[in-house]
Design a protein around this ligand. Structure first.
Ligand SMILES: CC(C)(COP(=O)(O)OP(=O)(O)OC[C@H]1O[C@@H](n2cnc3c(N)ncnc32)[C@H](O)[C@@H]1OP(=O)(O)O)[C@@H](O)C(=O)NCCC(=O)NCCS
Length: 158
């Protein structure tokens, strides 16, 4: 059974496996250690299948906004609802902390991730030209606002 739990130091080797097999400019071990041990804004979760880390997601709590840093799932575990589980979790945290909304950047050509974010009510609000250092691809800036967060129930609204 796959569970989503808060990221701890013991997960970092597994997180690196996800990171390095997923992204062209991966974060380093030190980046993740810093997130887990020193960054007071950081909210990180992992998906574990037994002892194996099969995905992770992170968000920074910046004043009253959530900034998603990354969402990634191991290739063989995709399309099984794990990305969905991460977005539900991050949404729950954002609502509990009374954030006004969540924002993120996504590569213009990343249809899978945009599909996930659309499903969770994110909408494109802007473009950052040539944002990604490797391909010079544009970033789409997406936002999901919680104007009625006090009435918002993740079980009902996804
Ligand atoms: C984006 C990603 C995290 C989705 O994870 P996942 O566990 O496969 O997602 P889920 O199975 O929970 O799917 C949730 C929704 O995402 C969308 N989605 C996921 N994969 C998709 C694909 N290949 N094409 C289109 N939509 C897709 C769908 O809307 C899906 O809902 P549905 O199953 O009801 O159709 C995964 O594809 C991934 O790790 N990609 C590489 C890393 C990445 O691009 N991260 C985002 C950086 S901004």
């Amino acid at each position: 059974m796959i569970e989503i739990v808060p990221m701890e130091l013991k997960h970092i080797e597994g997180v690196l496996e996800v990171e390095e097999t997923t992204f062209s400019i991966p974060w380093t071990k030190e980046d993740f250690i810093r997130e887990v041990t020193q960054n007071a804004m950081a909210v990180y979760y992992v998906a574990v299948d037994g002892e194996t880390v099969v995905g992770y997601a992170g968000m920074w709590h910046v004043i009253n906004e959530g900034h998603v840093t990354n969402v990634a799932v191991l290739h063989d575990y995709r399309r099984q609802g794990i990305g969905d589980g991460f977005m539900k979790k991050l949404t729950e945290v954002a609502l509990e902390r009374e954030m006004i909304g969540i924002t993120l950047e996504v590569r213009m050509n990343n249809r899978a991730a945009q599909g996930l974010y659309h499903k969770f009510g994110f909408r494109a609000e802007g473009i950052r030209k040539n944002y990604y250092a490797d391909t010079k691809e544009d970033a789409v800036i997406m936002w999901r606002y919680f104007p009625f967060y006090e009435d918002y129930d993740p079980e009902i609204h996804g």
